[in-house]
Design a protein. Structure first.
Length: 252
């Protein structure tokens, strides 16, 4: 079992920021939630989730602020945690912002001033619904209002990969596509029953939007949560009995 000091994989986002993400290793949950499940809403034993979160808090050196994520585009300024939203931001040093995911895309942000100093951070939960609804655009807007004339950088975490993410026409249309037309981020592939299906690339779709937003530094973790069962939880792979891993960021 990993020690608490190694529960998090570091994310290098530069000076003034600490960030990282967990995997499924290092906790006490059992079954489909084994073992470091951080989701309190997925049917796991509450005492197991509490212990897992306590281990992560000790590894971070502080209590993370978790949201009540709803697959939308609402962005809030970090407060005490528990807000119904899918992104949060902060200009104060110290608080750890948290996002929980299984197959959805975690995005960690840094806003830097003209001298390159980190002035704000944010964490976004970008499943296809939130991505299409504008959660990244709303996060960028909040950071630019908090830090005028800032330079934005973003990190895209592990998520469901395009080979595993088969979707139908409603998802394609949510991103402005249509059957019979080329749409970046989607690859046509007929379903097993011959119906039209597409392989969607969440990271590519997010990168397209971030580039349009003028995000100047992008990093991506090219790991598929579905195919890497030893490291990551996956709702698409395991169904309802699956845990959640976390991505975390704070100003120093």
């Amino acid at each position: 079992m990993p020690s608490e000091a190694t529960l998090l994989t570091p994310v290098p986002l530069g000076a003034g920021v600490l960030a990282g993400y967990t995997t499924r290793a290092g906790g006490v949950s059992e079954g489909g939630w084994a073992s470091l499940n951080l989701g309190a809403h997925v049917g796991d034993r509450p005492e197991a989730v509490q212990e897992n979160r306590a281990r992560v808090a000790r590894a971070l050196g502080g209590q993370p602020l978790y949201l009540d994520q709803v697959h939308g585009a609402e962005v809030v300024q970090a407060a005490g945690g528990g807000e119904s939203a899918d992104a949060q931001w902060c200009t104060a040093a110290g608080p750890w912002l948290a996002i929980l995911v299984a197959d959805c895309l975690p995005v960690l942000w840094v806003a830097r001033d003209a001298q390159g100093r980190a002035r704000a951070v944010a964490a976004s939960h970008a499943g296809w619904r939130g991505l299409a609804a504008g959660v990244l655009e709303n996060t960028a807007r909040a950071l630019r209002q908090a830090v005028p004339a800032c330079q934005l950088q973003a990190w895209l975490g592990p998520c469901i990969g395009p080979e595993a993410f088969e979707v139908g026409e409603p998802v394609l249309r949510a991103f402005g596509g249509a059957p019979g037309q080329e749409r970046s981020g989607f690859r046509f592939q007929a379903g097993a029953d011959g119906s039209p299906r597409w392989r969607a690339d969440l990271q590519a779709l997010a990168t397209e939007r971030l580039t349009a937003l003028g995000v100047q530094a992008l990093q991506a973790e090219p790991r598929c949560t579905v195919s890497d069962a030893s490291r990551f939880f996956s709702f698409r792979r395991d169904g309802a009995v699956s845990g959640r891993f976390g991505a975390f960021i704070r100003l120093t």
